[in-house]
Design a protein around this ligand. Structure first.
Ligand code: FES
Length: 102
């Protein structure tokens, strides 16, 4: 299910933008022309990922430094552990997220 999530003008390059969609905390990250959306909840102990450092496509959980690839949601040390990610699309300056996720 595609839902309107944000106006593109509110997004800053490489700065996680927080939205709450159907009670899910989600972050949207703009990287050039690409947009990534993932659950703002670390699968380790549930810390919010938006406070973590972003280095390229990797975001580091601020609690215990687990690294996740924002393109796939995979934990780099054990790819079977994932943060749910969501498809995104942009239409006329509005970002939509597909809440079905992975
Ligand atoms: S809660 Fe994210 S690494 Fe522990």
């Amino acid at each position: 299910m595609w839902v309107k999530a944000a106006e593109e003008s509110l997004l800053q390059e490489k700065v996680p933008y927080r939205v709450k969609m159907e009670d899910k905390p989600i972050i949207i990250i703009k990287m050039g022309e690409e947009l990534y959306a993932l659950l703002n909840l670390c699968p380790h102990l549930g810390c919010a990922l938006h406070k973590g450092e972003l280095d390229g496509y990797l975001i580091k959980c601020p609690c215990h430094d687990w690294l996740f690839d924002i393109r796939t949601g995979e934990f780099t040390a054990a790819p079977e552990i994932k943060v749910p990610i969501y498809e995104t699309r942009m239409e006329q300056g509005i970002v939509y997220i597909n809440l079905k996720g992975e």
